[in-house]
Design a protein around this ligand. Sequence first.
Ligand SMILES: NC(=O)c1ccc[n+]([C@@H]2O[C@H](COP(=O)([O-])OP(=O)(O)OC[C@H]3O[C@@H](n4cnc5c(N)ncnc54)[C@H](OP(=O)(O)O)[C@@H]3O)[C@@H](O)[C@H]2O)c1
Length: 342
Amino acid sequence: MDRRQRELSPFAARPGGLAAILLLLCLALTGCTATGGGGSGAETESGDAGPGVGASPQGPAVSGYPAFDFDARTVTLNSGYEMPILGLGTFSLSDEEAADSTYWALKAGFRLIDTARIYGNETGVGRGLQRAIDEGVVAREDVFITTKIWTTDYDDADAAINTSLERLGVDYIDLMILHHSQPANDVDAYQALERAVGDGRLRSIGLSNYYEPEDFDRLVEATSIRPALLQNETHPYHQSGQMKEHIAQYGTVLESWFPLGGRGNTQTLFDDETISDIARAHGKSAAQIIIRWHLQVGNVCIPGSSNQQHINEDYDVWDFELTEAEMARMAALERDARFSNY
Ligand SMILES: NC(=O)c1ccc[n+]([C@@H]2O[C@H](COP(=O)([O-])OP(=O)(O)OC[C@H]3O[C@@H](n4cnc5c(N)ncnc54)[C@H](OP(=O)(O)O)[C@@H]3O)[C@@H](O)[C@H]2O)c1
């Protein structure tokens, strides 16, 4: 790959381009796409095509950064399961808000919902899911549910899994994540998650808030199942290039939290001159441009919202594509600046 190709690659933000090479290899071998247009999945109530989230058994571990399928709107994880690439975040929503947002999101076409024990709204997410199932909007198996184990539960992770299952009202969880690195006992907790994969309570396992390659490797070397996903703060001002390149060797996909900058910070990104300029060019909102950038650069994106109009808008990102030049301009916004300090 020459220098110009590297600059135009969706992975241009990450020096070295290992992930880009692996992705191109995948493209050559499988014909899968990293960028693309409209979908071809089942019709949803909004008239928009939703993805199929077909479950498949744990496959062999895949190396290389997983490629996104924009037609299906999914990525195949290194666990062998398909995961939607765009989901709803529920941080800071009450149970009631989470129930409404989950229901609205499923009606809009979202098939991925992200919650956590520490958000205190797993019950609400479960209620929103059940309402959508009862009304025939989705079936359980169409929806990918992520939750996270909080650090104070690491010593009793097995019980924490059962409690999350109960609160969500489901008999399996698609993805369970260790919420934070905690060297004292995160390996023990992860091993409990591995056992729950073995007995079918969990399908895939992920990590969150591991910001150093050595810390990620510490966990990987002490455990058996490679993390399917790493959820870290990631947005145009903190693009997570180093970690993303590092986890590609494990076939682990990056998921962005604070994809829009986080509550209270979004206007900083929405007002960014480059982002608003690209938004004008496409007749889209700044939020939609940022979400589309996450997807095209290969980040699973989970914008949080308690507003039905925003939820509909956040899912309406399939009918346009950022150009290579626009992706290069977005890559240039990197400033290694996080909005959160944990
Ligand atoms: N692993 C971790 O440690 C961690 C930490 C933080 C978050 N997360 C996860 O990541 C998800 C995303 O992060 P986040 O929710 O904190 O931040 P975010 O998605 O970056 O931003 C959420 C903010 O964006 C606004 N918003 C959403 N869509 C909008 C639109 N179309 N136009 C204008 N404003 C819009 C929301 O307001 P409205 O409600 O008014 O729409 C809310 O204020 C969380 O919900 C959570 O699931 C994980």
